[in-house]
Design a protein around this ligand. Structure first.
Ligand SMILES: NC(=O)c1ccc[n+]([C@@H]2O[C@H](COP(=O)([O-])OP(=O)(O)OC[C@H]3O[C@@H](n4cnc5c(N)ncnc54)[C@H](OP(=O)(O)O)[C@@H]3O)[C@@H](O)[C@H]2O)c1
Length: 362
């Protein structure tokens, strides 16, 4: 089949996959079945855990027309016996003659392609950046066995995250804050400790430069044993959901408009427990927005995968430090990081860093 036809079918499969839920234990997948002349026989997309996989949905829609077809799929067909039968086996049994997939399944180690080839199906990979983007977070979380964690810090040049009186709005520029909102719209959950919930009354929504809600909103998660502050934005969001559920007041939004993410309050101090809870909710990526106490707890637990520092050309000379005591007493034990990327955000610097092994003596 012509490469242009396959590429067009892959583009379509990616569009179909995007309709699936971003926050789900399963990856988003789309599938297009093509007849030998290149015409579309059927399409399918995965709609979330417990529903049919994209390939099974397309096969069901195609019926007997699946025989001899080429299945174009965004992700290598699975071999798992879960709530739905393995897709690789279903494709073989339906009599498809070829499978073209864009991204290998990191959880299957080539198993899907092997089952297909053993069943006499012509299998090949056709890389597609859009398909890779769709499952990047899911694949990273699958390899880690938990959500990927980015700790984001907005700090002055002297490493302060707030002034001596507790005020921290705004340390960084509008450009840096705009970038932070974009980051929020790309993760499954945004996390703060109760200390930040009390000090800053954050909304933790993702907004555009006009203050409008972005289409994709993260779960808003507060960690700590204290109650949410009375009258705060996060407490009001919880109360509004409870009121709407009890019929005490109507939901005040159009069903098609973006809504702020659900607020989840986890009354624990255990970072691993937090990530296990979020994983069960289908979260693949977490933006940890502080404060220093919660960030430090994740760091000490070895659960920070990336540090994103928005460094403002400002000095405070006093106020809370970005990084709390990590129990490091001597220079040889300094926590070292690899500088992955430096960009400017207006007058601020954005440093992207990854933890490396502890420092070695020169
Ligand atoms: N510039 C920035 O990037 C930035 C970002 C966020 C915050 N801030 C600033 O940071 C300050 C707040 O700092 P913070 O450190 O108090 O905030 P925090 O880290 O958000 O919250 C600390 C609280 O989280 C709870 N907690 C959860 N897990 C914990 C653990 N493993 N160990 C200990 N406590 C745990 C505890 O409260 P419970 O008693 O309720 O359990 C603790 O008091 C404010 O001034 C705020 O403006 C700055």
């Amino acid at each position: 089949m012509a490469d242009a036809v396959l590429r067009q079918a892959l583009d379509r499969a990616v569009d179909l996959a995007r309709r699936g839920p971003a926050r789900d234990p399963n990856p988003r997948v789309g599938c297009v079945l093509l007849a030998p002349d290149g015409s579309v026989v059927a399409e399918g997309a995965h709609r979330g855990a417990g529903t049919p996989h994209a390939e099974t949905a397309a096969l069901a829609a195609a019926g007997d027309a699946a025989r001899g077809a080429t299945a174009v799929v965004t992700l290598e067909p699975c071999t798992h016996h879960g709530r739905t039968p393995p897709c690789a086996t279903a494709l073989v049994e339906a009599g498809v003659s070829a499978v073209v997939y864009a991204v290998p399944d990191v959880t299957a180690a080539g198993g899907g392609a092997q089952v297909l080839a053993a069943g006499g199906v012509d299998v090949r990979r056709e890389p597609h950046p859009g398909a890779e983007d769709l499952v990047a977070d899911w694949a990273r979380a699958a390899c880690l066995g938990r959500p990927h964690v980015t700790w984001k810090i907005a700090s002055t040049l002297d490493g302060r995250v707030a002034a001596a009186d507790g005020t921290s709005r705004w340390i960084t520029s509008p450009q840096a804050r705009s970038a932070a909102h974009t980051l929020r719209s790309r993760v499954g959950a945004v996390l703060v400790g109760t200390g930040t919930a009390h000090a800053d009354d954050p909304g933790l929504t993702a907004r555009d430069d006009d203050g409008m809600l972005a289409p994709d909103q993260p779960l808003r998660v507060v960690v700590g044993t204290r109650d949410l502050p009375v009258g705060s934005q996060l407490a009001a969001a919880v109360a509004a959901v409870a009121d709407a559920a009890a019929g005490r007041r109507p939901a005040d939004h159009d069903a098609d408009d973006p809504r702020p993410g659900e607020v989840v309050h986890l009354r624990t101090h255990d970072p691993a427990e937090v990530l296990a809870d979020l994983r069960a909710r289908g979260v693949h990526g977490v933006l940890l927005e502080g404060g220093p106490t919660l960030g430090g707890a994740f760091w000490r637990a070895g659960l920070v995968d990336e540090l994103l520092v928005h460094l403002a050309p400002a000095l405070l000379g006093a106020g809370p430090h970005a990084i709390p005591d990590l129990g490091i007493g001597t220079i040889a034990d300094a926590a070292r990081l690899e500088l992955v990327e430096v960009t400017t955000l207006g007058p601020d610097l954005q440093l992207r860093l990854r933890p490396t092994t502890p420092a070695q003596e020169d």
